[in-house]
Design a protein around this ligand. Structure first.
Ligand code: SF4
Length: 353
């Protein structure tokens, strides 16, 4: 098991729930826009957010942003110890730096002292684009190079007494990412931030992130995750939530089982499945519902669902806990299903209150 670090009030590592991260796309110094975007990310389920710090205005902006948001803010800095220290003094809950590129010994010491004084963690990461030259020469663009480069930077921080460290080793190649994290997990007990970097635009980015992050999570590797998409970061958060759910790491949602439909389906089960998916998207209660096109697989798939529906010739059967309880015409299937769905969710919410 990895060690635990605190990012603001959010625990990371040590067997805690895997946390979801994203990154703002606004300039941090535009504190209104940055905070507004973070509030949307929070609403979607983001646990920790990162913002780029490019100049002193950004570093000063951290304070104003933090006053408006409710989740920890990570300041992402490259090449400047001064900006790192300013961000920390303005309330950053964690910094993402690589000590190897932050300056000389005095600079690293300044950052390390600031981090220790405020008891905040540091994320150290190697991407295929930022492998230290020495390791790149020795190992090429490989898993070994990523891991050695990240651990070299971790070693620098540890020498200056910083021990709350989160590590990442990201590549845009899924096999390389997975290989690097597996190697890294054998070499360290620091918590790991997992993601496939520069995964691309939405369609392929979702696939690459799901395969890469999913493979690692199923291996028990990963304490925080980020899905990296060339798109609205809110989509990254929804995607991350879905990956956790698909990996069985978040039971607090409504699971929808629905068939792809085929020539046997004689009613519009696809439209109902889409409407149900949209309706339950943000519902946070553990429940399972099933929308099945016909009776071939329908009754079997609804067996362990709280609520299910399977189509037939001109009519549909509604199921509760796998037992048939109401036959309805295909025309009234949607209305009757939603009636029961609302009752089910209400019941689940009451049970939790
Ligand atoms: S449940 Fe029925 S309609 Fe759906 S895919 Fe299977 S056979 Fe086809």
């Amino acid at each position: 098991m990895t060690r635990k670090v605190m990012v603001g009030a959010v625990p990371v590592g040590g067997g805690e729930r895997v946390k979801i991260q994203s990154m703002t796309t606004e300039k941090t110094s535009d504190t209104e826009k940055t905070a507004a975007q973070i509030l949307r990310l929070e609403e979607a389920g983001c646990d920790i957010v990162r913002g780029a710090i490019l100049d002193e205005a950004d570093a000063r902006g951290v304070r104003a942003v933090k006053e408006k948001i409710h989740i920890p803010f990570v300041a992402d800095i490259h090449f400047s110890a001064k900006l790192a220290v300013m961000s920390i003094e303005n309330g950053a809950d964690k910094v993402r730096i690589n000590p190897g590129n932050i300056g000389g010994e005095a600079d690293i010491r300044r950052v390390a002292d600031a981090v220790k004084a405020r008891h905040i963690p540091v994320r150290v990461g190697a991407n295929t684009g930022s492998i230290e030259a020495d390791f790149l020469r020795r190992y090429g663009r490989s898993a070994e190079a990523l891991v050695e480069s990240a651990l070299y930077n971790v070693g620098i921080l540890e020498r200056y007494g910083v021990n709350d460290i989160v590590i990442s080793v990201k590549a845009s190649s899924v096999p390389l990412t997975v290989e690097a994290y597996r190697l890294l997990a054998r070499r360290t007990d620091h918590p790991l931030h997992v993601g496939v970097t520069e995964a691309g635009t939405t369609e392929m980015g979702l696939v690459k992130s799901s395969v890469g992050i999913g493979a690692l999570l199923l291996d028990g590797i990963g304490d925080t995750i980020r899905v990296s998409l060339t798109d609205d970061p809110v989509k990254e958060v929804y995607a991350a939530r879905n990956i956790l759910r698909a990996c069985g790491l978040d039971g607090d949602y409504v699971e929808l089982v629905s068939c792809p439909t085929c020539g046997r389906c004689r009613w519009d089960s696809m439209a109902l499945a889409e409407k149900v998916a949209a309706y339950v998207k943000d519902v946070r209660v553990p429940a399972k519902v099933a929308v099945m096109g016909c009776v071939v697989n329908g009754p079997g798939e609804v067996q362990d669902a709280d609520l299910g529906i399977a189509g037939g010739e001109g009519s549909c059967m509604l199921f509760k806990k796998g037992k048939p309880f109401l036959r309805v015409s295909a025309a009234e299937a949607e209305e009757k299903f939603f009636e029961q769905l609302r009752l089910l969710l209400e019941e689940k919410r009451r049970g939790r209150a």
